[in-house]
Design a protein. Structure first.
Length: 139
């Protein structure tokens, strides 16, 4: 069984909608049972409950704005067809905004197998983000 590009788009759109509304339990439910969230500079977060917990701690108040979508159909060894979807956009946090690329892998069961999040910033911008984060954490 395989899913269509339209179904993959709908699933990922649900990720962004629930994320932006702070409904992280709904966001986590879009992942497969062993789905992975790969945030920048951290180890992968595996499983719905851990993803939910992570988002509750780290993503409150963030708004993700997808801007450009690219779909790639992939065949998976014995698991049916999958989609890899690259999304370019921005994340607005309380004290900063950064360009981001998300790379989603969608299973034939209409679940997110993985979501890799990459910051698209110069080294100087990353250092400024780190300094800003440390100032907020210290407050």
């Amino acid at each position: 069984m395989s899913i269509s590009q339209s179904q993959a788009h709908h699933l990922i759109n649900g990720y962004f909608e629930s994320f932006n509304q702070g409904k992280f339990e709904k966001t986590a439910a879009l992942f497969g049972e062993t789905g992975k969230l790969n945030p920048p500079f951290e180890e992968p977060i595996v499983g719905r409950e851990r993803i939910f917990s992570y988002l509750q701690k780290k993503a409150k108040g963030m708004v993700a704005t997808p801007q450009e979508w690219t779909f790639h159909s992939e065949e998976s060894d014995g698991e049916g067809d999958r989609w890899r979807v690259d999304v370019q956009g921005k994340v607005q946090a309380i004290v900063f905004q950064v360009n981001v690329t998300w790379q989603f892998v969608i299973t034939d069961l209409s679940q997110i197998a993985s979501a890799r999040i990459k910051l698209v910033a110069s080294p100087k911008e990353l250092l400024n983000l780190r300094a800003t984060k440390e100032q907020v954490t210290a407050a």
